[in-house]
Write a protein that binds this ligand. Structure first.
Ligand SMILES: O=C(O)CCC(=O)C(=O)O
Length: 251
């Protein structure tokens, strides 16, 4: 499935684009069939990395694409990879992947941030992007991703570290930056159905609310980096599950 010129234009203008129905029903069924097993799995046994909510529920599962064949196939899906290579302008490797679980009623907020607000400390340039594969219906009530259209053009803006809102230390855009830049009409609810795939720029300001619904909101997020943008040495290198050193071109 190739993108139209209008799709690329929309991506460049807004900093995101949703390709509807990208995954076939069979691919989606295969993925959904693995999720419970992955959620219940043990890092020490399967080599993945799980982050948990304060409640103990799994919030994220990192590195499924390295340990599970089904997820390894998703990151190589040509309908995902072709536009990613086109946008980044080079071959890519996987920076990291994560299944964001966002359980019914329990899944918590992601404060407004730019992914590059985290990644700049890892010694890379912003030649990177993310792809969010919707595994469940993603609605306003269950905490769909929200993006600020056009915010990727601001460049990297000021962030601070929040260690209290959730179990997870989050780099978030400062309230001052938000108040001076964000207009209500630019906040876009990126809702969709299972199998829809959202592509977004590493400088897009995005976040999502608590899951207030009985519907879970699972997504699989793949972060791609240009193969020419391997991280340089930094003072506090983060672990492999979040900053992969497997510099293998995805094809
Ligand atoms: O899952 C979400 O709603 C947002 C996740 C996100 O922004 C991230 O993992 O960086």
């Amino acid at each position: 499935m190739n993108w139209t010129a209008a799709a690329y234009e929309q991506y460049q203008r807004d900093g995101f684009y949703i390709q509807r129905g990208l995954l076939k029903t069979e691919e989606l069924d295969l993925i959904q069939g693995q999720i419970d097993m992955l959620v219940q799995g043990d890092d020490a046994v399967d080599g993945m990395h799980r982050e948990r909510e304060k409640s103990g529920a799994v919030r994220q599962i990192y590195a499924a694409h390295e340990q599970n064949e089904t997820f390894a196939d998703v990151v190589r899906n040509p309908s995902i990879l072709n536009p990613v290579q086109h946008i980044i302008g080079n071959d890519v490797y996987i920076w990291h992947s994560k299944i964001n679980v966002k359980d019914a009623f329990e899944g918590t907020v992601w404060l407004w941030h730019q992914d590059y607000g985290y990644w700049m400390y890892d010694g890379v340039q912003p030649q990177m992007m993310s792809v969010m594969v919707f595994l469940d219906q993603s609605t306003i009530n269950n905490g769909c991703l929200m993006g600020i259209a056009g915010s990727h053009k601001w460049g990297r803006i000021e962030h601070y570290s929040d260690e209290v809102t959730t179990s997870y230390k989050q780099w978030c855009v400062t309230p001052g930056e938000l108040k001076s830049r964000v207009r209500e009409e630019d906040i876009t609810h990126l809702t969709g159905n299972p199998g829809d795939v959202l592509f977004f720029d590493c400088n897009l300001v995005h976040g999502s609310s608590h899951n207030m619904s009985p519907l879970p909101r699972k997504t699989f997020i793949i972060c791609y980096n240009s193969i020419a943008n391997k991280p340089i040495a930094v003072e506090n290198p983060r672990p492999d599950w979040v900053v992969s050193r497997h510099f293998e071109v995805v094809s």
